[in-house]
Write a protein of this length. Sequence first.
Length: 181
Amino acid sequence: MSLICLTSLENPVTNEAFLEKLFPNPYDFLATLLAFIVLLIIVFYLAYKPVKKLLKARAEYVENNIRQSEKDNQLAKENLFKAKEEVSGAKAEALKIISNANKKEQEIILEAKNKAKEEAKKEYENKQQELAEDLKQKEDEIHTLIVKNAYLMSEEILKREISPQDDDRLVDEFLKKVKND
């Protein structure tokens, strides 16, 4: 033990003094140890347990957020898949609508063309009928003029009054001659 002596120039330490300083009074040691144990118990209940409880709650919160995030991520993937299917269906429906619209457009155009042709045909027939009526009217006018002229000529020739039967007979003969010529 002599090796462990600490020396100083003014106050040399002996073995007994050193041991006394190293192991103090057992009552002081027990009181210090008991105070330390009480302090540990107080720290354990006032600091360690609440901190451990807070850390456990925080870990559960983080774990719940991770689980919720995974669920939300899975739900988002499902919703994305559904949305893609809906978009695909909507595109197909849009193409179908466009196709139907094009068909309807062609039908309307064809119907309009047919209607225009029918109207043109009716107009043509009406004009033909008008021309035929005008021709008939002109023929009647010409016939009337011819009859009047024939009547006047026959009166001149015969210098007498002609009966309606004679008039008709003369007109018919004249018309036959005109047609043959």
